[in-house]
Design a protein around this ligand. Sequence first.
Ligand SMILES: [Fe+2]
Length: 266
Amino acid sequence: MKVIHVTDTHLVAAGKMLHGLDPLERLRLCFEDITAHHSDADLCVLTGDLTDTGQTDAYVLLKELLTTLPMPTSLMLGNHDHRQRFCDVFINTSRDSNGFVQWSQTTSEGVLLFLDTNEPGTDEGVYCEQRHEWLREQLAKYNDRPVYVFMHHPPFDIGIPDMDALRLRDCETFAQTLAGHNNIRHLFFGHVHRPISGQWQGISFSALHGTNHQVPLLLNKDPDNGVFAFCQEEPLYGVALIANGMTTVHLQPFLSRQPVYYERYE
Ligand SMILES: [Fe+2]
């Protein structure tokens, strides 16, 4: 199974710039590269911050652009998104019984769980008791199958103070919910605008740059009063190859794709 991971697209109104960059044009180039090189992918997942301020017209732009992708897509919410405006545009989106944009999908390689960590009024991630209850049910239901989790906010510190101040709130409860489920194979997340991989309570994880602006690797910055550090490192998309319980995540810098050449080893 091949899953494309795109995150933090931060779309704004057509023609508008963000951080001096054009998010719509960059996402168009991203989708163009994915279509050219990975049209055989089973799924493309966008792990939140689809728009920068949750505007309806930005969701409409996204909906139009998604028609250029040849594979099915899964759209998730981030802290910059607006749940109701998103649902008004993507009227067929999956929601749980409480209205959160989270669902499960069974595949040949296991079950994909898409979690909703958006909470109006804060940039931190929130996973409330209602959402925990849904997750517990899903983990119990799919206890005998490999599970892959997708979410916007990381449920742990990554060592960058700016981002750690805005990670998932109440990580301990989330960690407890996942603890003991040895069938959780990998955790994909966005939010941090950086390529990161590692392991957390026995679960491998990966994140990547967004398609527009990025967060610099500043490990000692004070996360002071809303002043955040940004940079314009290369945007990426991820290509996850999942087979027989093994996950391999490749990262592709699509704006600087170089010509391939071949040489015979003598
Ligand atoms: Fe973001």
